[in-house]
Design a protein around this ligand. Structure first.
Ligand SMILES: [Zn+2]
Length: 331
């Protein structure tokens, strides 16, 4: 993203916006130390209006350069941006530096495979990838806020699909479910059945986290929405799983088998299906720790993670049952 594609000797701007029908990308000169908001505003205005009225450039530039508190005082709706924890608000220079560092790492990583289409030593690459993978497993974060608020937005994927992420205004429920918190969307009627099913889903997830992936269960969260399309999502390495999906797809089917012992559970297909489903779903969300978009890089990470933990998953599945899901102690 922070690649400079134009000949800077003929263009004095610090950035350039390029677009096609699927993507809009803003490129910055590699060595700039601070954003030039007039340049950015000019590019945005050129993109939106074609002919750029100068007054609009200055209005946008002023907004980009103003602190959020100033914008709030002026009555501009910036509450969502202000809610981000301080740790996520970094100086623009830091962000540029970090991003270009990341890009450089990616370039290095891809070099073997992409420049000549060859991989000299798969085993060597695999070992390198394993190191990365295991360090990624420890990068999850705990979400501690009592509310999870997100405005509706449209996410443009590199694979050209366009996914609408619904708005969410969720509050953390007072109790934990096998130590996993549950975020419930406003206006959801909380029932005992729902809370019981939250325990079931949490039981599956902590089993997978503790025995298969060996990731901290603090990175796991449940959410209960009304009609969103998301089954799970990754919010900057905090993993969220939709309880409603479990309720609607699995809960009734597994109900007769909740008290089955571990020896008989291994022959019950719905228990396999649930376990496999959440296994691959966690793989998917963990792959987003490495790649946000659903692109070929993402597929590569997803496959690697799935294969890496498949054996542990199969072994643990043989002894898994819901029998003790009502207990408060871990297995
Ligand atoms: Zn995804």
């Amino acid at each position: 993203m922070y690649r400079w594609s134009c000949d800077s000797s003929t263009n004095s701007s610090s950035c350039a916006l390029e677009y096609n029908k699927n993507n809009v990308v803003l490129y910055f000169q590699k060595h700039i130390h601070a954003f030039d908001y007039i340049d950015i505003a000019s590019e945005l205005v050129r993109f939106i209006f074609k002919k750029s009225p100068d007054t609009i450039v200055h209005t946008i530039s002023d907004k980009l350069a103003s602190p959020l508190e100033t914008l709030k005082r002026r009555g501009i709706p910036v509450d969502r941006l202000l809610q981000y924890k301080q740790q996520y608000i970094r100086s623009t220079v830091q962000m540029i530096e970090q991003k270009s560092e990341l890009n450089n790492n990616n370039d290095n990583h891809e070099t073997h495979a992409k420049i000549n289409g060859c991989v000299e030593d798969f085993n060597h690459q695999q070992t390198k990838n394993d190191t990365k993978l295991f360090s990624m497993l420890n990068t999850g974060r705990e979400y501690t806020q009592t509310k999870f608020i997100q405005q509706e937005y449209v996410k443009n994927e590199i694979d050209h699909s366009c996914e609408v992420v619904p708005s969410a205004n969720m509050t953390r429920y007072k109790d934990l479910f096998h130590s996993i918190p549950l975020y419930i969307q406003q206006d959801v009627l909380i029932t005992n059945k729902m809370l019981d099913q939250a325990k079931q889903l949490a039981w599956v997830l902590i089993g997978l986290a503790n025995h298969v992936f060996k990731i901290s269960i603090e990175t796991l969260h449940l959410f209960r929405d009304i009609n969103g399309a998301r089954i799970a999502f990754n919010d900057r390495h905090a993993l969220f799983f939709n309880l409603r999906y479990y309720e609607q797809v699995f809960a009734d089917k597994v109900q007769p088998y909740l008290q089955a012992t571990s020896s008989s559970s291994s022959s019950i297909p719905i228990i396999h299906t649930i376990f496999n489903f959440y296994f691959i779903l966690i793989c998917h969300e963990l792959a987003h720790n490495l790649e946000m978009a659903h692109n070929s890089n993402f597929i590569h990470h997803l496959q690697t993670i799935a294969v890496k933990f498949m054996i542990e998953k199969d072994l643990f599945l043989q002894q898994f049952s819901f029998q003790n899901y009502l207990q408060n102690n871990f297995i």
